[in-house]
Design a protein around this ligand. Structure first.
Ligand code: GDP
Length: 328
């Protein structure tokens, strides 16, 4: 049975990946930080097959112990301070976890190593936020980085150190440059889920309005369930490499509102949406659109869920969740 070790197991991608690898026959280990972590307790019923292993991306000895215990074939580093807006307020913490955490994981992988004939394969969750103020459109693996937030800066460090360790020590280490990917498991702080959940609550009479930030930015939004497949595919190749994972389509926040409100039969959403400066960011990423030709050609990967289907899935899920809460 192959063994996989996942950091960020309680996050959206950790859950999708655990489900995906379990279905493929993997033994799945999930790194859990803190004492009595409430997020992990909440997951136990849905993912009974995930074996929790204590560890923290800020603590190298704990990572070495965790890998030594799990003896994984594959390590997926998905753990991070992942919310761009938060990274402006907690920039040092973001640099430490999202940036230096990658270096610590790589060191732990080097120390624990795995069997000589079967070295540990490492996946790093890189991000389209590294492109920031984009230098070219669409963005590829060769597009220069210009991050626009402490989160983006930390991800650039994580990305570069993965490349450096691959070149310096011959590690099998890959970076997936994933564009935004969403779904019903997305945290409510992210714009897609904030909108779909609010729209569901408006429909059910539980909420009157949505308070938003900038409506003009454009994102290349895919479905998280599709994107974890690309992570796994990267680790099944003969040679480690970096890949952009994206749909190749971009949509503005306005279009997201159009789609989500259309799902509840509202054409003109203006009366329901208010903007507040507190949701604007000190620097913005205006446009992201990825070219995933390399992943499509070499990995045989392609997304299955498009933007309209994604928004439909998320609104339907939120209507169900909010209605159930109402009836409880
Ligand atoms: P990001 O691309 O990782 O920053 O993902 P988010 O979902 O947090 O934000 C996507 C875009 O939506 C950014 O350009 C935000 O500025 C914009 N946005 C506009 N209003 C909001 C809001 O109320 N919440 C969030 N999270 N983003 C918003």
């Amino acid at each position: 049975m192959p063994r996989a070790f996942i950091t960020g197991i309680t996050g959206q991608d950790g859950q999708h990946l655990a489900e995906f690898l379990h279905a493929k026959g993997y033994e799945v280990f999930g790194m859990v930080k803190g004492q009595n972590n409430p997020k992990f307790t909440a997951m136990r019923d849905e993912f009974p097959y995930v074996e929790p292993v204590p560890g923290d991306l800020a603590d190298l000895p704990s990572l070495v112990k965790a890998l030594d215990f799990a003896q994984p074939d594959e390590v997926y580093n998905l753990g991070a301070i992942s919310f761009v807006a938060l990274s402006f307020n907690q920039a040092e913490l973001t640099a430490n976890i999202t940036g230096l955490g990658v270096l610590r994981m790589l060191e732990a992988v080097r120390m624990v190593g795995g069997a000589q004939h079967n070295p540990i394969r490492f996946y790093q969750a890189s991000s389209s936020e590294m492109f920031g103020k984009v230098r070219e459109t669409p963005q590829t693996e060769r597009t220069p980085f210009h991050p626009r937030s402490p989160y983006g800066c930390a991800k650039v460090f994580g990305h570069d150190i993965v490349v450096n360790y691959r070149e310096s020590y011959g590690l099998y280490a890959c970076s997936g440059i994933l564009f935004n990917h969403e779904g019903p498991r997305r945290g409510l702080e992210f714009v897609t889920r904030k909108v779909t959940n609010s729209v569901a609550r408006i429909k059910l009479g539980l909420q009157q309005e949505i308070v938003m930030g900038d409506l003009e930015p454009q994102r290349d939004w895919g479905y998280a369930g599709d994107y974890v497949r690309a992570m796994w595919l990267m680790l099944q190749q003969d040679q480690p490499d970096d890949y952009v994972v994206a749909t190749g389509e971009t949509h503005s926040i306005r279009e997201l509102l159009d789609r989500a409100f259309a799902e509840i039969g509202v054409d003109d959403w203006a009366p329901y949406v208010r903007q507040d400066p507190k949701f604007f960011r000190p620097a913005e990423v205006d446009l992201l659109i990825g070219d995933s030709s390399k992943a499509r050609e070499r990995l045989g990967w392609k997304p299955e869920v498009d933007f309209p289907a994604l928004v439909k899935m998320m609104v339907a899920h939120d209507l169900e969740v909010e209605a159930a809460r109402l009836n409880r």
